[in-house]
Write a protein that binds this ligand. Sequence first.
Ligand code: AMP
Length: 177
Amino acid sequence: MALELENYIRTIPDYPKPGILFRDITTLLAAPDAFGETIARLSEPFREADVSYVVGIEARGFTIGGAIAVALGAGFVPIRKAGKLPADTVSQEYELEYGTDTIEMHTDAIRPGSRVLLVDDLIATGGTAAASISLLRRVEADIVAAAFIIDLPDLGGMAKIRELDVEASALLEYPGH
Ligand code: AMP
């Protein structure tokens, strides 16, 4: 029987600030059965999709992205916060609730026309994923889909990604913030 992945995700109220329910996946990653099932369920829809690269968003997207890449026989490419990648980068600023943030990817990380799967642990407003899609389009990647463990549908991120014409899915949904 399939594991109830919700049982492995810990909720920390008021972190990192009051009113936020932080969905902590470190407890899921530490449980081999649950981690394995998460990777299997995220990979399964893309087994025949001819994915060349799995692109993971810093930092929790690296953990699941690396494992999905191995499962799919694909390479792994990181999208990082500004200033962390050593070679030439493309960069994209995006809006946060207060202020802005910038993410970057190596300019030569992906061959133009390659099929890529974008992954992160959680989608909230979709700002980070939308900025990642913009980076991927600038290097002419062919985005197969975006996949997440958790969606917070009340924050509208998934709808935003679909408006960008990217197929998007998540294993779990949590109401609220
Ligand atoms: P967003 O750009 O609003 O979709 O936020 C997504 C990013 O912020 C992801 O990398 C998440 O890991 C992190 N994040 C946002 N909200 C939460 C939350 N409630 N619990 C855990 N991580 C979150």
